[in-house]
Write a protein that binds this ligand. Structure first.
Ligand SMILES: CC(C)(COP(=O)(O)OP(=O)(O)OC[C@H]1O[C@@H](n2cnc3c(N)ncnc32)[C@H](O)[C@@H]1OP(=O)(O)O)[C@@H](O)C(=O)NCCC(=O)NCCS
Length: 178
């Protein structure tokens, strides 16, 4: 188990060294118990937050930009959080929280933060709110309802007044739609 404060680095995907790319892939694959390469490869222009303790990558998150449409009307430039992971040997030590707090401090210029949670309560502690309205994916054939998906938002200084029961849609993408 590691102790001590993590050193946080914020880096655009294109600036990650090959060693860091391998570290991110290794950590996410370990935390998600799956080969994470196909997942990481679909994120366009990610910005990574890396937390190191004694030069070991112990936790990670990234954000990409997605345009989400609120209430069938307003386009919101959303910092969409993905690949939140803490090393399984070093969980429950505040390391995941440390990267999320760093992400949240970096995305203040966006219209909104967004993510699809696996554990809603974990994010709720950090100010994230569950959207209760219907979710859709925009396709060439119209709006595809995605009733089984969950979505949480983080209100930022530029976030308009949000009704959490209003519909929200996102553009289609490969892999996980939300
Ligand atoms: C989710 C994950 C990143 C959390 O990382 P972590 O470093 O273990 O989390 P932290 O230590 O920062 O969080 C611990 C805090 O959360 C609290 N917490 C943990 N689980 C909680 C829950 N289900 N509900 C509420 N609080 C919870 C703890 O009580 C603790 O709070 P405290 O600091 O006030 O005591 C990690 O478990 C992980 O990598 N999981 C596998 C991948 C994954 O599912 N990622 C998220 C996908 S959306």
């Amino acid at each position: 188990m590691v102790t001590g404060q993590p050193i946080i680095q914020v880096l655009e995907g294109k600036d990650l060294s090959p060693k860091q790319q391998a570290e991110v892939l290794f950590l996410c694959s370990l935390a998600y118990e799956n080969d994470f390469e196909p997942v990481l490869s679909i994120f366009k222009n990610p910005t990574h937050v890396l937390a190191y303790v004694y030069e070991v990558l112990v936790s990670h998150a990234l954000w990409i930009t997605r345009w989400l449409q609120y209430d069938h009307l307003l386009m919101l430039r959303t910092a969409y959080i993905e690949a939140v992971a803490a090393h399984p040997a070093h969980q429950q030590l505040g390391l995941g929280t440390a990267v999320m707090r760093a992400v949240q401090a970096c995305i203040l210029d966006f219209d909104m933060g967004g993510l699809s949670p696996s554990d809603e309560r974990w994010y709720a502690r950090l100010g994230w709110e569950r959207l209760e309205g219907p979710l859709f994916i925009q396709t060439t054939d119209g709006l595809l309802p995605t009733p089984d998906e969950e979505f949480m938002v983080l209100r930022l200084p530029r976030t308009p007044k949000l009704n959490l029961k209003a519909p929200l849609s996102a553009e289609w993408r490969e892999g996980e739609l939300w």
